[in-house]
Design a protein around this ligand. Structure first.
Ligand SMILES: [Zn+2]
Length: 298
């Protein structure tokens, strides 16, 4: 029988929330701004609970019969205590206990995870790969990685493992992880654009286009490609995934390039990595809400 779960996707700009079902439908959703300048966190939670109850009423869903409320938030979050600890993009929610706040107002079970795990769980649910080992690497402003081991999420203590900071080169700018040559500082979208610009190519798009006929651009692109492969390889030899999902706008635009390099890099390395598939994440914009189905199944 179809079951319903409430879900919150807390981002730096807005909080999207709604009701999802176990068939993968988002029954209804709404958004409110996440900034707490005019309305504090408690008032926002109360408004969201009221709206979720209205959404249930409109759609003939018993609010008290929901499986629970799943929260995916821009991290870091403390998944055990229930607090959001993100002074960068959610300053108004710093140390706010979202699990307690929602539970005391609804009586429902509340589960919290960071957005990287939320996105991975949503993708695993959508692709029906819960029985596979799935490594998701998101290339954006930074590099985020998350791993589903075929039965559960990989965790290291209360905080998310910082897999985007594995070292891929002995050179590079010093990162806020206090090391030079880490994956994020060399291969995030921000870093790849910066490296292109420093070398006179404007941004990564221009560098990529120039590499067709400019040997200097080709050399820089090759170097970025090698470092990118090193980062993915580091994670792959540790986790031995069946599927690597590359996520983020740049990975979508250049999937053939980066995905192709990774496949080639892993060829013939059966002693180190199992046979794996490299793919892009889905087009679905609701993975952070649909992760609710996985959070309440496991
Ligand atoms: Zn770093």
């Amino acid at each position: 029988m179809k079951k319903y779960t409430a879900a919150l996707d807390m981002g730096g700009t807005k909080i999207k929330f709604g009701i999802v079902d176990t068939d993968g439908n988002v029954i209804c959703d709404a958004e409110i701004p996440s900034a707490t300048d005019d309305e504090n966190a408690d008032a926002k939670v109360e408004r969201m609970v009221r709206m979720l109850k209205e959404q249930c009423g409109t759609n003939g869903i018993d609010f008290d019969g929901l499986r629970g409320i799943a929260v995916a938030s821009a991290g870091p979050v403390d998944v055990e205590v229930g607090t959001i600890i993100n002074p960068y993009s959610l300053p108004g929610w710093l140390n706010y206990n979202i699990i307690k706040a929602l539970h005391t107002r609804t009586g429902l079970t509340v589960k919290l995870d960071n957005d990287a795990n939320g996105a991975l769980l949503g993708e695993v649910f959508l692709s029906g790969t819960a029985d596979k080992k799935v490594l998701m690497v998101t290339i954006g402003t930074g590099i985020g990685a998350a791993f589903w081991d075929g039965t559960k999420l990989h965790r290291s203590g209360r905080y998310h493992p910082e897999m985007g900071h594995v070292i891929v080169s002995s050179e590079g700018p010093e990162c806020y992880c206090h090391h030079r040559g880490c994956f994020e500082s060399l291969c995030s979208g921000t870093a790849m654009n910066a490296r292109a610009k420093e070398n006179g190519y404007g941004d990564f798009d221009n560098l990529y286009a120039a590499a067709e006929k400019d040997a200097r651009a080709r050399a820089l692109l090759d170097r970025i490609g090698r470092e990118f492969c090193a980062g993915i390889f580091d994670l792959a030899i540790i986790f031995k995934p069946d599927i690597i999902m590359l996520s983020g706008g740049m990975m979508r635009r250049y999937f053939d390039f980066f995905g192709g390099l990774v496949v080639k890099d892993m060829e013939g390395l059966e002693d180190f990595v199992d046979t794996l598939t490299v793919q892009h994440t889905s087009d679905n914009k609701n993975t952070a809400l649909l992760c609710a189905n996985m959070m309440f199944e496991n």
